[in-house]
Design a protein around this ligand. Sequence first.
Ligand SMILES: *[C@@H]1O[C@H](CO)[C@@H](O)[C@H](O)[C@H]1NC(C)=O
Ligand SMILES: *[C@@H]1O[C@H](CO)[C@@H](O)[C@H](O)[C@H]1NC(C)=O
Ligand SMILES: *[C@@H]1O[C@H](CO)[C@@H](O)[C@H](O)[C@H]1NC(C)=O
Length: 388
Amino acid sequence: MNYQKEVVILLLGLYLIFLCRGASGDQISGKGIINLAHRQTKWTPLVQTSANLSEVTSIRSFFEFRTFDPEGAVFYGDTKDGEDWFVLSLRDGIPEMQIGKADILVSIKGGRKLNDGAWHLLELRNEGKFVVLEVNNQVELVVGLHSKLAEDELTGNIRLALGGMLVDKQKLFHPFEPEMDACIRGGHWLNLSTTWDTDSTWEPRPCFSEIKKGNYFPGTGVATFNSSDLPGLKTEEAGITVEIFGSWTGTTLSLQSTGFEYVLGELEGNKDVKEVQLGLKEGSERGIPPHEPAALTFTILKHSLVVNSKSELETESLDFFSMWKKGMLLTFGGVPGDSEVAKSKQYLRGCLDKILVQGQVIDLDRALYKHSAVSSHSCPTEAMNELT
Ligand SMILES: *[C@@H]1O[C@H](CO)[C@@H](O)[C@H](O)[C@H]1NC(C)=O
Ligand SMILES: *[C@@H]1O[C@H](CO)[C@@H](O)[C@H](O)[C@H]1NC(C)=O
Ligand SMILES: *[C@@H]1O[C@H](CO)[C@@H](O)[C@H](O)[C@H]1NC(C)=O
């Protein structure tokens, strides 16, 4: 059996990261630390396993779980190749279970919020026709279900999965966004000792020992939104504001539309640097001194772009409001794609504590595209020490 090696690395002597690596690269133990974030595919589970029900000695699973993410898929199980299925997810930080069995579809949500960044012990078990969820040894949810159509004999295979589902999302009673920035450790899954198969795109990712809320960009990629999916204009005078709080270096954001590109990059000294606009021969880059907590307000007006009250670009030939409404790309952390401009830019490194568009907090899990290394809800607390 391929048990994982748990490698503990003391990074910069400041914080520990745990890296979990399967001996063969595609199989890991369910007992180790598993980071559910960083998937490239939305619904495909990060890891899955299966067992013959005749080998199952205990219909009880428990694991420790830590997240700041309010919504996403946690734990999935099914029998009869998905005919009967179960999924545990979070919504508004609160556990939600959905079960499909014979002609029954159930959704039940309740208990305390779990997305506080602390480790919680979760236990799921069957007690006859009831499914019970315990959190920190206290019963939080109990759901009973009975169908005249359901057969009760347990035969065939049972499949388990983390961070996604093995049945079509159309089967859900209450749809949710599956992306989950969370870590799981110390799992006991139906008392099975089988290894878990990883998603083909799986790469071991660390679970930082200490985390805080935020959007973590390790300097390898971006998160891109379609502006038409973001809050829109309220008044022309106020324009559209994007506020960013955090500590970072590298490119802050960029805007792209047909024939237009604007990059808000790094500040060198205090002077504006290299022009980066395509299509228009105007524009400048600005940025933030690294390491220090900073706040940036980027305002889009009808014919100009304003950074911290200083006008950066004015052009009568473009109407940014209609571009925003129609759908331009707003990218955090760099320039999307692999164009020359994108490659010449330093990706953002650091933690954006909060991103607001029109005063609303933006969830990177809702992005059109997010690089798999970007964490949508957690930053290592000592991240800035890594930024050298
Ligand atoms: C779990 O498995 C171990 C060893 O396989 C066994 O000794 C133990 O009794 C099992 N526990 C339950 C609750 O079935
Ligand atoms: C499960 O195990 C039983 C008994 O060992 C066997 O008869 C059956 O074929 C197995 N089922 C599957 C799906 O492997
Ligand atoms: C952005 O959204 C608009 C409106 O929904 C759509 O027409 C456009 O194709 C989208 N752009 C991208 C790159 O998805």
